[in-house]
Design a protein around this ligand. Structure first.
Ligand code: CTP
Ligand code: MN
Ligand code: MN
Length: 492
């Protein structure tokens, strides 16, 4: 059957359908300009019209086929909803591939699933109606954070409260951010937060403001607040916590230059190293750099003990592309040899001339005193916090994440090493993999839901008064009656 050829007089005509013949009356296309760009949209519009397609310039109720290019689904649907038009179920929201194929065919090709840009918030609806757990260890949180606009705001508030030592409200914002990070898509309106745990009144106020104005005024104020900015700067130095930062601020200090040049500012060894290598260690460490550090330590370690092994942990084990440090667990097959191993590794690094800083903490581990009842207590294993000199030659392909102006062929990197006894390995691996919020909730879940005590050393069943042995992380999840969560799903 020949397509019906006619000229149409429609509101769109005024916007440039001009004298082009409309050959396909059942299809009215609207091309989304965002991400496509104005000029490409104009070119595509002209092309379609020349082939007899009807293209609307304005998004209206007569549009049947919306075509977008390069828009993430979630973003596109947020934008579409914001246009305030009814979105009938028949409306096709399509990827540019449908348009391109139709242009090639010279007629609208039938819409297939692969052409459609799916509304991912329907997925969100499913999640919101099924209950989201209040515990991060019962949620799967990847690095794909769909609610960054909200979690960034919460994290600024967290930082501010950490500076003023307000633990309660701080934790509330941390938990709220963590819940939002686990969602498969972006919150569309305040109502979406209704079924979610950990989103109290203060958190909802923040969300509401962001929905209304696109930003949170408290956060905006903080970002230009001199004290907040100075505290952020000072606490970004290795070895400087909120107390020291506050002290410096009250002395009238505002820059790191001022801190270093003031003769009466006392700096401890850690802070001196933190300031000396500030430019390097305030830059993220890439995965390639982390691997290079791993190779150096592995070689060093194997010279001492061929049977010793090491495992990358911390943020890199969770799949992060960048970290503030590199965390490795060293282990020996026989319990008891780990402390000597770590000490000898440190000695060799020093001998190689690459140990720029070392804070060694000897073992205070006492089998009789596990598990520790205190929350978030540091573990008692031998460990060290290092700054190593990483040579560019040792880093594969990517090279160093250096300041471009620092052409010295090396950079300083922060490295943490911990060496637990072999039978404590699984607990240490679980504890050092993080995230901090994930660990916090694992312990809280163990205590409140299972009557168990968990830390980096052990899992203790208070009801049965026994320590539960574990060889792997899976064993620990199983003891807790939790579904296993992969490291890359622990970015809570
Ligand atoms: N950790 C610990 N005991 C320590 C030091 C760290 O249990 N003495 C744990 C933390 O609780 C965290 C993990 O080790 O879960 C990693 O800590 P850290 O390196 O500070 O954070 P990352 O998650 O690795 O983040 P980043 O990439 O910024 O380093
Ligand atoms: Mn780390
Ligand atoms: Mn660390």
């Amino acid at each position: 059957m020949l397509p019906l050829v006619r000229k149409r007089s429609r509101p769109g005509e005024a916007h440039g359908q001009g004298s082009h013949e409309v050959r396909f009356t059942k299809v009215t296309i609207y091309l989304v300009e965002r991400r496509m760009g104005r000029s490409r949209r104009r070119i595509l519009t002209n092309l379609a019209r020349s082939k007899g397609f009807y293209v609307e310039d304005i998004l209206s109720g007569t549009v049947t086929h919306i075509v977008a290019e390069g828009n993430p689904a979630m973003e596109l649907w947020l934008w579409l909803r914001a246009q305030g038009l009814p979105l009938p179920a028949r409306l096709e929201v399509l990827d540019i591939s449908w348009f391109t194929e139709s242009m090639q065919a010279g007629e609208p090709v039938p819409v297939e699933t692969r052409h459609r840009i799916q509304d991912s918030s329907q997925q969100l609806g499913t999640v919101l109606t099924s209950r989201v757990s209040q515990y991060a260890c019962q949620r799967r949180t990847t690095l794909d954070n769909r609610n960054k606009i909200f979690t960034d705001a919460f994290e600024v508030l967290v930082e501010h409260l950490e500076f003023s030592d307000s633990k309660g409200p701080c934790l509330a914002f941390k938990r709220a951010a963590s819940v939002l990070k686990s969602l498969p898509s972006t919150l569309r309106h305040l109502g979406d937060a209704d079924g979610l745990p950990c989103l109290g009144e203060h958190c909802r106020d923040v969300l509401e403001e962001i929905f209304e104005c696109g930003k949170c005024s408290r956060v905006e104020d903080l970002m230009c607040n001199e004290k907040f900015r100075t505290m952020k700067l000072f606490t970004s130095v290795f070895g400087v916590g909120p107390k020291t930062a506050e002290k410096w601020y009250h002395r009238g200090l505002r820059t790191l230059q001022e801190v270093v040049s003031q003769p009466n500012v006392h700096l401890n060894k850690m802070q001196r190293a933190g300031l000396l290598y500030y430019r390097d260690i305030s830059r993220g460490i890439s995965r390639a750099e982390a691997d290079a550090v791993g190779r150096i330590i592995a070689e060093t370690m194997h010279c001492i003990s061929p049977s010793a092994t090491m495992t990358l942990t911390g943020g890199f084990r969770r799949g992060k592309a960048f970290g503030h440090d590199v965390d490795y667990i060293l282990s020996t097959p026989e319990s008891g040899a780990e402390e000597a191993l770590l000490l000898r590794v440190i000695d060799r690094l020093r001998y190689q001339g690459i140990l720029l800083y070392c804070d060694y903490q000897e073992s205070t581990f006492d089998k009789e005193r596990i598990p520790c009842r205190r929350f978030e207590a540091m573990d008692h294993f031998p460990k060290c916090f290092l700054i190593l000199k990483l040579d560019a030659m040792t880093v594969e392909d990517g090279g160093l994440q250096n300041n471009p102006e620092d052409q010295r062929g090396w950079r300083a990197v922060r490295v943490d090493l911990v060496a637990p006894p072999a039978d404590r390995y699984a607990y240490t691996l679980l504890g050092w993999t993080g995230s901090t919020q994930f660990e916090r909730d694992l312990r809280r879940f163990a205590r409140l839901e299972r009557g168990m005590l968990l830390d980096n050393h052990a899992l203790y069943d208070r009801n049965k008064s026994i320590l539960l042995p574990a060889k792997t992380e899976e064993d620990i999840f199983a003891h807790l009656g939790l579904e296993y969560i992969e490291p890359w799903q622990r970015n809570a």
